[in-house]
Design a binder for this molecule. Structure first.
Ligand code: SAH
Length: 345
C-alpha cells in the first residue's frame, strides 16, 4: 500500500502538484496550505473544500499532529518548555520565550542527535530519527495555539543538528516563511550548527537571509576535538574559513556560541586565543554559562570568569554578550527535559 502523504510537510507547490494528480484544481493547494497554517488539523474543517474532495483527500493524505505531553512554565520569566509526543511515540522538546521584541520558539530538528558533543544532553543516546518539515513546523503551530500568542522569531537550537537533517530543514524554512503560511521572515530565523562545513557553504547560497550561529566552544583543535567530535572531520581552520566566506557572501554577522565550562575553556588564555582566531570575521560572541548535565561531569564556569572572558574579548575589539538565562528553573537547556522524562517513564 502507498503511504499517505502528510499535508503538513508539504510546500504549496507540492500541494498543488498533489491536487493535480487527483484531477483537482491547483488553487485548492493554496487553500489547504492556508488552513493548515491557521492551525486546522481536520480536513472536515476546511469548509471551502467540497465533501467529495475531502473524502478523496482522506484516502491519500493525512495531517500529522503533535500532542502536548507536558508544559512547564518558568515562574521566573514566563518561559515555557513543551514536551511533545510524536505519532510514533517519540518525544521531543521545544521552548517558547518571551522577549520585548516578540515571541521566539526554539525548535528541535531531530529526535536525539548523533554529533556527540561532550557537554550536551541531547546526544547522550545518539539520534533516533530526523523530524519531518511538518513536525518542525508543528512545534510552532502547537505552541501558538497553546500560548494564544503569535510567534515572530524562530531558532533552530533545540535537540538535533539541523544540517544533519538538511533537506527537511530547508523545506521547513520554505514553508514557515511563505506568505500564505506563518509568514515568518527569514531574517527572524536563526540556525545553529556545530559546523558541518559543506552544508554551511551550501546554505549560504540557498538561504543567505537566515542568521547563522556556530557552536564554537573552543579556540584550538585539540580542545575542540575533545569536546566536539565533528571537529575531527572539519577542523577549526576549515570551519572559520567557511564562516568568513559566509559573512562575505551574505554581509551578515555570524554568531559564535561559546559555552563556558569551568577550567576547561574559561581561562584567560582561552579568551585571548579565541580573539586571535576570529578577529578578522564579522561576528559576535554569545557566551553561555554551561548548563550542567549530571551525566557529563562538567561544571559551569564561575560568573566572574564569564565576565572576565567577556571583557578580554571586548578589549580585543570583539563584541561579546552573556546569554540571558531563560527558564533556568524548568531545565530549558537542550535535551535536559526530554532526558528526565524518559528516565521517569
Ligand atoms: N546542533 C546544533 C544546535 C543545537 S544545540 C548546534 O550544535 O549548534 C544549541 C546550542 O546549545 C549549541 O551551541 C550547543 O553547543 C549548546 N549546548 C548544548 N548543550 C549545552 C549545555 N549543557 N550548556 C550550554 N550550552 C549547551
Amino acid at each position: 500500500m502507498q503511504e499517505k502523504i502528510d499535508l503538513k510537510s508539504c510546500t504549496i507547490e507540492e500541494l498543488e502538484n498533489f491536487l493535480e494528480t487527483l484531477n483537482e484544481k491547483k488553487f485548492r493547494g493554496k487553500q489547504i496550505f492556508s488552513w493548515i497554517h491557521k492551525g486546522v488539523e481536520d480536513l472536515d474543517e476546511m469548509t471551502n473544500l467540497s465533501k467529495d474532495l475531502r473524502e478523496k483527500l482522506k484516502e491519500k493524505a493525512y495531517i500529522s499532529t503533535l500532542k502536548i505531553e507536558n508544559v512547564l512554565i518558568s515562574t521566573i520569566d514566563e518561559t515555557r518548555k513543551y514536551l511533545f509526543l510524536l505519532e510514533d511515540g517519540n518525544i521531543i522538546e521545544s521552548v517558547w520565550m518571551k522577549y520585548k521584541h516578540g515571541n521566539s520558539v526554539c525548535v528541535s530538528t531531530q529526535v536525539g542527535c548523533k554529533m556527540g558533543c561532550s557537554f550536551c544532553a541531547s546526544t547522550l543516546e545518539g539520534v533516533i530519527r530526523n523530524l519531518t518539515a511538518g513536525e518542525i513546523l508543528d512545534q510552532i503551530l502547537s505552541i501558538q495555539k497553546d500560548a494564544k500568542e503569535r510567534v515572530s522569531n524562530v531558532v533552530l537550537m533545540g535537540s538535533g543538528e539541523p544540517f544533519d537533517n538538511y533537506e527537511e530543514v530547508l523545506k521547513f524554512l520554505e514553508i514557515v516563511n511563505h506568505k500564505n503560511g506563518l509568514n515568518i521572515g527569514l531574517r527572524n530565523i536563526t540556525i545553529s550548527t556545530c559546523g558541518l562545513v559543506p552544508k554551511l557553504l551550501d546554505f549560504a547560497e540557498k538561504k543567505p537571509q537566515v542568521t547563522l550561529a556556530i557552536s564554537l566552544h573552543a579556540a584550538n583543535d585539540e580542545l575542540r576535538s575533545s569536546m566536539m567530535p565533528i571537529n575531527r572531520k572539519y577542523p577549526l581552520e576549515e570551519l572559520l574559513k567557511a564562516c568568513k566566506s559566509y559573512t562575505e557572501k551574505t554581509n551578515k554577522r555570524i554568531t559564535f556560541e561559546y559555552a563556558l565550562i569551568k577550567d576547561v575553556n574559561d581561562r584567560e588564555k582561552d579568551a585571548i586565543e579565541l580573539s586571535k582566531k576570529i578577529k578578522n570575521i564579522l561576528c559576535h560572541v554569545n557566551l553561555i554559562p554551561l548548563n550542567q548535565v549530571d551525566e557529563r561531569g562538567y561544571e559551569r564556569a564561575n560568573m566572574d570568569r564569564v565576565r572576565n572572558f567577556q571583557n578580554i574579548l571586548k578589549k580585543k575589539g570583539i563584541e561579546a554578550t552573556i546569554r540571558r538565562e531563560l527558564g533556568r528553573d524548568i531545565q530549558a537547556a537542550c535535551g535536559q527535559l526530554r532526558r528526565r522524562y524518559l528516565k521517569n517513564n
